[in-house]
Every structure is written in structure tokens, then in C-alpha cells.
Design a protein around this ligand. Structure first.
Ligand SMILES: CC(C)(COP(=O)(O)OP(=O)(O)OC[C@H]1O[C@@H](n2cnc3c(N)ncnc32)[C@H](O)[C@@H]1OP(=O)(O)O)[C@@H](O)C(=O)NCCC(=O)NCCS
Length: 200
């Protein structure tokens, strides 16, 4: 048996992950060389308090643990989001919490908010989840105090299914969240409609 060093292991794991390209963005597997950039962006209370699992403060060690631990199989997937020039701006992925419907999650560094980047990245992961992973539905949650996230989900076709309570690590407590779901059939019809509009 050969024990893989860090670089070989990373290369091996990255080979099994997709690279998604959008008009302005590239989504790819996180690498050890990304940890400083991830920590610098994610170490912001406005991000941690709106995600389930990101701690605050968020250190380089947290980022390293994230990079080493993700994409190890089991149906979960995390990609970093970069601009075309390689600048890392955030992350987007699929998690498995309870049951068979994967949950989409995402965050962007604050300097990159308000430019439509999150919507663009989320659309790419949704398309990948349905077209390549063959999921039949996706779910998502947004804190009731997070209208930007709610708007992204609505723009991507997610339907509101109710309000629930969700444990937020950074506040060491639970908070109300709006819950959403997107079924494969709705995704397919929205996608064909988008494509017809692009051709027209
Ligand atoms: C939520 C987040 C990803 C948004 O990123 P972004 O790149 O700014 O999002 P986009 O620009 O693609 O879209 C945001 C939409 O929300 C709207 N929006 C932003 N702030 C808003 C507010 N206070 N009230 C209502 N709508 C708002 C924007 O106008 C935009 O909609 P539009 O395209 O129709 O104009 C980013 O703020 C973030 O990382 N927040 C912390 C982590 C987080 O909340 N993650 C989501 C977990 S569910």
C-alpha cells in the first residue's frame, strides 16, 4: 500500500470533483493553497451568523480542517468560487443533513456581495446537482433575517415550504429559518425556458 502525501491526496481527490464554469466564475474543489484566502473572507460574523456550520472567529486552522475534510465522499460536495482570474470569493456546495434531499449552502466574502455572483454560482451547482448527480430535489434554508439569501433561492426557482428552527454554530443557538425546496421537474422547465429566452 502506498501512503499518499498531501499533494498527491489532494490531486487524487480533486480529480473526482467537477469544475463548473459560468459566465464570470469558476467553481472548483478547494485546495490547501486556498486556506489563507478562505479564512480571510469567512472570518466575518455576517457570514458565520447566516450559515449553519461556520464558526466565528474563523481561523486558518478552521479553513485547513475544512479543506482536508470536504469532498471525502458520502454525497457531500463543497466547491470554492473564484473569479476568472483565480481570485477566491466564496464557497458553494451540497450537504446531507437529514434524509435523502441534499441541502444547498453558500457564502461569499463581503467585498463581493451585491454583484449577482451568488446567484450565478448557486445556479451552476443546481444544474450540476440535477443534470450530473441526478438528484430528484434540493432543499435550502435561509434565516428569516436574511432577505438576500431568500431572494437568491427564489430567483433560482426554489419554493418556500415553511419556517423551521436551525442550529447556528456561530451564535451557539437555534434561529428561525425559511425553508425552501426545488424539485427536478420545476428546475427542468425553468431551465428550458431560460434557454429559449437566450436563443430568442
Ligand atoms: C447571501 C449572499 C450569498 C448573497 O450574495 P450576493 O452575491 O450579494 O447575492 P446576489 O447579488 O446574487 O443576489 C442577492 C439578491 O438579494 C437582493 N438583496 C440583497 N440585500 C437585500 C435586502 N436587504 N432585502 C431584499 N433583497 C436584498 C439583491 O438585490 C439581489 O437580488 P436581485 O438580483 O433581484 O437584485 C451573501 O450576502 C452572503 O454570503 N451572506 C452570508 C452567508 C449567507 O447568508 N449564506 C446563505 C446561507 S442560506
Amino acid at each position: 500500500m502506498t501512503v499518499l502525501d498531501d499533494r498527491s491526496f489532494e490531486t487524487y481527490r480533486e480529480a473526482s470533483m467537477p469544475v463548473l464554469e459560468t459566465e464570470r466564475l469558476i467553481l472548483r474543489a478547494p485546495r490547501l493553497e486556498d486556506v489563507k484566502a478562505i479564512a480571510a473572507l469567512a472570518n466575518d460574523r455576517r457570514i458565520a451568523e447566516n450559515t449553519r456550520r461556520i464558526p466565528h472567529p474563523y481561523t486558518v486552522a478552521d479553513a485547513e480542517q475544512f479543506v482536508r475534510g470536504v469532498n471525502a465522499g458520502g454525497g457531500e460536495m463543497a466547491l470554492v468560487i473564484t473569479l476568472a482570474d483565480g481570485t477566491l470569493i466564496g464557497s458553494c456546495g451540497l450537504g446531507l443533513l437529514d434524509g435523502a434531499v441534499p441541502e444547498i449552502g453558500y457564502w461569499l466574502g463581503v467585498p463581493y456581495w451585491g454583484k449577482g455572483f451568488a446567484t450565478e454560482a448557486v445556479r451552476a451547482v443546481i444544474d450540476y446537482a440535477f443534470a450530473e448527480l441526478n438528484h430528484h430535489a434540493l432543499q435550502a434554508g435561509a434565516r428569516v433575517t436574511n432577505p438576500a439569501s431568500r431572494r437568491i433561492l427564489e430567483k433560482c426557482g426554489f419554493q418556500w415550504t415553511g419556517v423551521g428552527l436551525c442550529r447556528i454554530r456561530a451564535i451557539a443557538s437555534s434561529a428561525p429559518i425559511d425553508m425552501f425546496r426545488l424539485d427536478r421537474g420545476l428546475w427542468a422547465s425553468l431551465k428550458s425556458w431560460r434557454e429559449v429566452r437566450r436563443v430568442a
